[in-house]
Write a protein that binds this ligand. Sequence first.
Ligand SMILES: Nc1ncnc2c1ncn2[C@@H]1O[C@H](COP(=O)(O)OP(=O)(O)OP(=O)(O)O)[C@@H](O)[C@H]1O
Length: 302
Amino acid sequence: MTSTSAVPTSTAAPRAGEPLDPDAAISVRGLVKRYGTATAVDGLDLDIRRGEIFALLGPNGAGKTTTVEICEGFRDRDGGEVRVLGTDPASGGRRWKAQLGIVLQSGAGDSQLTCRELLRAQASYYPDPRDPDEVLELVGLTGKARARGRSLSGGQRRRLDVALGIVGRPSLLFLDEPTTGFDPEARRQFWSLIRSLRDLGTTMLLTTHYLDEAEALADRVGVIAHGRLAEVAVPSELGGRGRAPAVVSWTEDGVRHSEATATPTAFVSALSARFPGEVPDLAVARPTLEDVYLQMIGEARA
Ligand SMILES: Nc1ncnc2c1ncn2[C@@H]1O[C@H](COP(=O)(O)OP(=O)(O)OP(=O)(O)O)[C@@H](O)[C@H]1O
């Protein structure tokens, strides 16, 4: 018997010239966008599978927002092919737009309307919306249903933005730097909200500058540099991370030591034989997602 998985084992980016993937939630080939003489997106290829959380990473000005806005149908392109839920965003109509949820960097938090009124108004635009009160509960704003948008804290406004993005029951949700300004507890709560949306079958394209957020949420990450996708991988494999040596550190005779090794278990076993009890200050670390990301970005700049 064969088993099938929603996320195939191949994690790489599509090759240039490969045909569009008709099964993908988002399929992009050779995307080009110029602003005057400057090229912001320079032949970008990308597939985002249905049901996955994909994090787009890259330094300021790399072309993330431009790419996302083209996929959302907000911006035209100068070259390449794009399909989002099977439709070219340049010609996507109302029925297509109703399947998208968009959480922009600056939302509707300044409104005079209450949270519930805002959600009801937004829901009225969609053919099969979620119940506004259920959405308030999902984002943890039930207690703020009667509060006006402008009376909310920064983190609560962001939750309201997410609520507005999901009330139309989108099958594809765009999240642009969703947790900027969140306190650590609010971020963790937001992450569990995003995971529960994935469990409900929502595909998500996330842009973020928080590498821990990408690591915690994303099934795959793509690093964009100079308007192209430098690499796509699962977070634990990006930049050869899965094969990178581990660094074992410890304190001996009052001196801090560290050793890079491909066999940390054997190394720690031999090390522990030298000490009567615990190895002082023992730590075993592999490069973090941030370590490999910064290295990739540095190489792309060189
Ligand atoms: N409307 C515009 N007019 C002219 N240039 C633009 C415009 N929008 C973006 N650009 C330029 O295109 C490039 C890519 O910008 P984009 O906003 O896509 O980057 P980004 O990766 O989203 O950056 P950030 O992380 O800062 O949000 C930048 O050099 C930017 O200055």
